[in-house]
Design a protein around this ligand. Structure first.
Ligand SMILES: C[S@@+](CC[C@H](N)C(=O)[O-])C[C@H]1O[C@@H](n2cnc3c(N)ncnc32)[C@H](O)[C@@H]1O
Length: 181
């Protein structure tokens, strides 16, 4: 499975501030902190959860443990997860994110209160394309005051960007809240 990159050009080898190890460490740290923050934020708000990017199922597993009462729909183009992290079939939306989010807009009609996108890879061109698809298609499913967490920066109509919670390093994850505010 491909892993991560930012949308910026990678720095020349030898001139990067963070090592590859630190890049991964700081991203996972920010991801974990942002998820904990989001669990508290949505605690009193109804709605479903979208997990976009099943991968090995690590963040899906985290979501289902911490949000046991929520319906969690998982969007990916393939199943490549730990066997015990396979979502129930009726909660799987398989296909390219542009198609599954497009269909979800009709099916779920702005019920998504938490959308978590973990879809980046080391391939910068893919990240730019994925970011554009998410930016275009995600707003149509978001409930009022929905929280969006993403490993890639997004431009989501109707949302505003929020600073990361304390402890999460800047630009290691991206946080948005849907209007109205
Ligand atoms: C970094 S992995 C997700 C890691 C996962 N959240 C975890 O914790 O194990 C990214 C996932 O996004 C999926 N993905 C990337 N681009 C996609 C697209 N355009 N449509 C659907 N899925 C996509 C890949 O198939 C991959 O499983």
């Amino acid at each position: 499975m491909p892993t991560r990159a930012t949308l910026k050009e990678p720095r020349a080898e030898g001139r990067r501030k963070d090592s590859r190890l630190e890049t991964l460490l700081f991203r996972l740290e920010a991801q974990h902190i942002c998820l904990e923050w989001a669990f508290r934020e949505i605690a009193d708000r109804p709605g479903i959860v979208f997990e976009m990017g099943l991968g090995h199922g690590r963040t899906y597993d985290h979501l289902r443990i911490h949000l046991p009462e929520r319906e969690i729909y998982v969007l990916d183009r393939e199943i490549d997860c730990f066997a015990d992290c396979t979502p129930p079939e009726n909660y799987l939306l398989l296909g390219d994110i542009e198609d599954t989010l497009g269909a979800a807009a009709t099916r779920f009609d702005r019920q998504v209160i938490l959308a978590h996108a973990d879809m980046g890879s080391y391939v910068n061109a893919n990240n730019i394309a994925t970011s554009a698809k998410l930016s275009r298609c995600l707003p149509a499913v978001l409930a009022p005051h929905a929280i969006v967490l993403s490993d890639l920066p997004l431009e989501l109509a109707g949302t505003r960007s929020l600073p990361l919670p304390p402890g999460a390093r800047k630009d290691k994850y991206f946080l948005y809240v849907n209007g109205p505010w």
